[in-house]
Design a protein. Sequence first.
Lengths: 106, 136
Amino acid sequence: MLFHSFFSTLIGKKITLHLKNDVSIEGTLTSIDQFLNVKLEDIKVHNADKYPHLLFLKNIFVRGSVIRYVDLPFEEVDTALLQDATRREAQLLKQKSMGDPKTLAV
Amino acid sequence: MDAVALPDKYYTTTSCIQDLVDKIVFVTLRDGKNIIGVLRTFDQFGTIVIQDAVERIYTQKAFGDIDRGVFLIRGENIVVIGELCSELNTDAELGALSVSKLPIEEVLELRRLELESSTSISKNTETRLKMLGFSP
């Protein structure tokens, strides 16, 4: 859930997706769901000569499972906040597992 | 699913695909196929149904269509679902890309030739590497 919330803060920003089929798509993030499926608008395809058909499209929906990397705008990412959130989530998980006798036995 | 009960407008896959229903979409599949047609319905796994589907086959300078009728695609095989730009007319698009529509038989022949030349290039590389003592 952490990364869903994180990506929600980037809605309206320009990001670049590198897909597993070696296509790179740059566009404005319009929505993100729990599987990190992404919707982009005003897209630009980096290797367009190889994939001419993607030039016809303005808005696209990309399935989360086919994304290899995401390029984020550096100035929009608050790394300190993200680290903090990650620690808090880890702490929460730890507390949860401490409370669970089955996990305690292991 | 009751749309009002959703915790956040764009929390689920459903709300992401909902805007595309009844529009002409362009779907790229994991095996490289490109399907164009009207998106009619979908489910929570991302399975979609395309009506009046055509499979579009591209070569470097041309493309061709094969009619596929109704196409049901399991979600895991989808790479990209795109909304086709309606403002651009087809001729302008094609002019910009310098590709032309040809009968499917010709396109398949062109693609076969392209594939053949690319495999012969890789065969060449293989034999050269072998000569240098590398085995694939």
